[in-house]
Design a protein around this ligand. Structure first.
Ligand SMILES: [Zn+2]
Length: 114
């Protein structure tokens, strides 16, 4: 844990210990620093006209890296998708393929839900 490295400023609130930017505008830190480092793949259909999507959560990457990873996964799966907050959304139930692709990149992957 890197919690003790957290830097505070009375003006800007919590600062990133690496780039010294306010945490809210920092682009270098993982978006989910308190996660357990395990990437979870969840199939969702709710609120999406019954069409399944695969939600990838818990990816320990910064925003630019997450966007890049989303692009690679979309290309490999041959489907659309997007980054939503700290999660990646891939169209269709692509859990087995995504698990393989993410594990190839060295992530610990768990299938969750659905
Ligand atoms: Zn930073």
């Amino acid at each position: 844990m890197s919690k003790q490295r957290t830097v505070y400023s009375t003006d800007l609130g919590q600062l990133c210990p690496d780039c010294r930017q306010p945490v809210k505008s920092c682009q270098c830190q993982p978006l989910q620093p308190d996660g357990d480092g395990i990437v979870r793949l969840e199939r969702q259909t709710k609120g999406r006209n019954g069409k399944p999507v695969t939600l990838i959560t818990g990816v320990p990457l910064s925003a630019p890296e997450l966007k890049k990873l989303a692009g690679e996964l979309k290309r490999k799966c041959g489907v659309g998708g997007s980054v939503e907050g700290a999660s990646i959304l891939i169209q269709g139930d692509k859990r087995p393929l995504l698990k393989e692709l993410l594990e190839q990149r060295g992530f610990a992957v768990k299938l969750a839900g659905g």
